[in-house]
Design a protein around this ligand. Structure first.
Ligand SMILES: Cc1ncc(COP(=O)(O)O)c(C=O)c1O
Length: 468
């Protein structure tokens, strides 16, 4: 038996000292990794060779830790851990090391190209991420009931959450902006009890696009955060925090987990955020606050296996987004000229009214450091929508004739997928809300995947032949 060194710290002191060392090592790793390029961070995240050799049997891939709980050496360590005095993961509903690898990677990618400090909390789905964010920011009512202001062009599930669940069922004051490019419309809806502004950009399926910097500045004028769902663009094309956004939400189910094998959501938040809630912990590190309290008590945690699948798909994010966006551009140009097509909404088309604004914001990350380009390059995402001549019936006929393209309420997939939002994702919100959000019944949403553009075009061409 080795003799214990009397100078060695014991009990709580020992664990506090060990935590200090591990936090120092983490901060150093973070500094090193932040100097790397986007692709390198997407491949490695913060999972370093040291981390693998010291703690993970040398596994070169981030290990998937299935254990539901973490064991502690003694009561002193347990008390410090459960009181959040030392880094710990405790229990998978609260945290888990595999989720940590994903969270580090996402916060690094989302702040890439800046020195912004951000935290991340992953969830079991994009909707869980949105629901928990809204819930936390609307908690602790002040003297007046709180409200929030959102653009109305939203994914159907988000619209239903805001309108049906929060507004109509719970009486929450949810204020919708119809034209998110009219900054005065946002401004008119804000008052002293407004907790945050919320937008989705580009929106699904309407491809709404607004001036992120202007909306973020407006939020900050009022001392409140700007929350944005940037799922469709992904950090490979748009990192809204670089333009002032405070909280970025992703349905990581989509292009981040392109294989289509699961669900995931993420909240990435600037540290600190502006907020008029009296909660200092929430303001200092919103993502950590979500993880430690609401997620711990309300659930909605991501499964470690799913986290590993998302970690794996993320490694190729930039290349995929680049290639799929180029294919989408080719497909959009084809549709634009097709005699059976009434209109095409694609941010990359010069004819699209929001093209110039999109051009200002959507840049392929690191194109200037890529030998193929060597200069900044715009890319406009994998998603478009188009209207078929002849109304809803002709639209259904074309849709029903698709042979290669999948009819499904999905997007961001390696496979090209189409849906008619008015009869699927946006069915429940009703005619009037669809009108406001610009989701007509003859609209087909198309999410372009990795197939050869000739084959996607071939399938659309034969299907549109049936529309007449
Ligand atoms: C833009 C956007 N945000 C959020 C969601 C919800 O994400 P999830 O399906 O992962 O819950 C979706 C789903 O389609 C979406 O398109």
């Amino acid at each position: 038996m080795t003799q214990k060194d009397p100078a060695e710290p014991t009990g709580a002191q020992h664990y506090t000292e060990a935590a200090r060392c591990s936090l120092k090592a983490r901060a150093e790793a973070l500094r090193r990794v932040r100097r790397l390029r986007f692709d390198t961070i997407a491949v490695h995240g913060l999972y370093t060779v040291d981390e693998a050799l010291d703690h993970n049997h040398g596994a070169i891939m981030e290990p998937t830790l299935f254990s539901s709980a973490q064991a502690y050496r003694d009561s002193a360590e347990m008390e410090l851990a459960l009181g959040y005095k030392i880094p710990t993961w405790c229990y998978t509903r609260i945290h888990n090391p595999t989720l940590g690898f994903l969270e580090d990677k996402l916060s690094l990618l989302e702040t890439y190209g800046s020195d912004i400090e951000a935290g991340c909390c992953v969830y079991s789905s994009g909707m869980a991420a949105i629901g928990n964010t809204v819930d936390a920011l609307m908690a602790l009512p002040g003297s007046q009931p709180p409200n929030f202001v959102s653009s109305c062009q939203l994914y159907g599930g988000t619209y239903q959450l805001f309108d049906a669940r929060l507004k109509r069922e719970r009486g929450m004051d949810v204020r919708m902006v119809v034209d998110s490019n009219k900054i005065d419309e946002w401004r008119r809806n804000i008052d002293k009890s407004t907790r945050f502004l919320y937008g989705e950009m580009p929106s699904n399926p309407g491809l709404a696009f607004f001036d992120v910097a202007a909306v973020a500045a407006l939020a900050h004028e009022h001392g409140i955060p700007f929350v944005i769902d940037a799922t469709i663009a992904s950090p490979a094309l748009l990192r809204p925090m670089l333009y002032g956004a405070d909280v970025v939400i992703h349905s990581a189910t989509k292009v981040m987990s392109c294989s289509g094998f699961g669900m995931a959501g993420a909240v990435i938040a600037r540290m600190p955020i502006l907020s008029n809630t009296p909660n200092d912990e929430l303001k200092a590190d919103f993502a950590l606050y979500l993880k430690r309290y609401p997620q711990r008590e309300q659930g909605g945690c991501l499964h470690p296996f799913q986290a590993s699948m998302t970690i794996a798909d993320l490694r190729t994010l930039r290349a995929r987004v680049d290639e799929w966006s180029q294919t989408a551009m080719t497909v959009a140009r084809f549709l634009e000229k097709h005699p059976a097509v009434l209109a095409v909404n694609y941010l990359g088309l010069e004819s699209y009214p929001l093209h110039e604004l999109a051009k200002k914001y959507l840049w392929l990350v690191d194109a200037g450091h890529d030998e193929r380009y060597g200069r900044p390059v715009n890319r406009y995402t994998h998603m478009m929508s188009f209207r078929v001549k002849g109304g809803p019936e002709a639209t259904r006929r074309a849709f029903d004739r698709l042979q290669l393209i999948w009819r499904a309420t999905d997007l961001g997939r390696v496979k090209t997928v189409a849906t008619i939002p008015a009869i699927s994702t946006h069915l429940l919100q009703g005619e009037e809300a669809r009108k406001k959000a610009d989701v007509p019944a003859d609209l087909i949403r198309l999410s372009v995947g990795a197939e050869h553009p000739d084959d996607i075009i071939g399938d659309l061409d034969q299907a549109l032949g049936a529309a007449k």
